[in-house]
Design a protein around this ligand. Structure first.
Ligand code: HEM
Length: 222
């Protein structure tokens, strides 16, 4: 397993040191072109980076797969993304590092209490996009069921493949208590915040091929 971050990533991290921004990142490891947002988590230059890739064939109103890549400083115990932009009634994709690999899990909660495993979405961790070094860890996971989901009552929400979608993130400095298990309990977050993620810049015309290529190296999680 290779631990080093590529130069592109270092440059990206340095490049965003002065301000948070939305931009595009071409990942040399997985081959995906990601739309990226750097979320500040301290008043210093410390960020969690959130990257999304979707198929260029994605159609508004229909479910489509999405690949999420998260780059977090080693001080982050777990990081979660709320696909519907709030804690309640939407898929919460959380991930953390476990030794040399990552564990990811989709959960859901109807209230501001510990979310429970959610079977309405499935994940595959892409191990080529999952690594750690002396300062950061990152995971990459494909989600089926994260772009069209029930909200409350009989309502559902679908994410616009051609514009911005309101996202939320949360992170905790405390690692999950059973880090090898995707159903591990987690502690409440130390920080949450919101952003608008640009899906128009997340489109990949070779999405199916890239998924297939990456899955040849993958392990599953749920
Ligand atoms: C043990 C796990 C968790 C507990 C006990 C918990 C608890 C809470 C509580 C009590 C609040 C209200 C805070 C306030 O009003 O100041 C809150 C807000 C929030 N939480 Fe969590 N949370 C957990 C996990 C998560 C996860 C995994 C996410 C994933 C992204 C998340 C995202 C958010 C967001 C975005 C808010 C802001 C309010 C909202 O948009 O609904 N939480 N949480």
């Amino acid at each position: 397993m290779r631990w080093g971050f590529g130069l592109a990533c270092v440059a990206t991290l340095l490049g965003i040191a002065s301000e948070a921004s939305a931009d595009v990142f071409r990942d040399p490891d997985t081959g995906f072109t990601f739309s990226q947002y750097n979320a500040p988590i301290t008043t210093g230059s410390v960020y969690i980076t959130f990257r999304i890739a979707i198929p260029s064939t994605a159609i508004a109103g229909q479910s489509y797969d999405a690949v999420l890549q998260v780059v977090a400083p080693n001080t982050a115990g777990w990081v979660g993304v709320a696909w519907g932009g709030s804690m309640t009634n939407n898929p919460l994709l959380i991930g953390w590092v476990n030794g040399g690999s990552a564990v990811a899990s989709v959960r859901r909660s109807a209230s501001h209490t510990a979310p429970q495993p959610y079977t309405g979405a499935t994940l595959q961790v892409l191990s080529k996009g999952t690594k750690t070094n002396g300062t950061h860890w990152q995971f990459t996971a494909k989600c089926t069921g994260c772009t069209l989901f029930p909200t409350s009552g009989t309502n559902s929400k679908n994410l616009n493949p051609s514009g911005g979608n309101r996202f939320a993130f949360a992170y905790s400095r405390t690692k999950p208590s059973q880090p090898a298990s995707s159903t591990s309990p987690i502690n409440v977050h130390d920080l949450f915040n919101y952003w608008e993620h640009d899906f128009a810049a997340a489109k990949n015309s070779d999405f199916p091929e890239l998924v297939a290529r990456n899955l040849n190296f993958s392990s599953s999680a749920h």
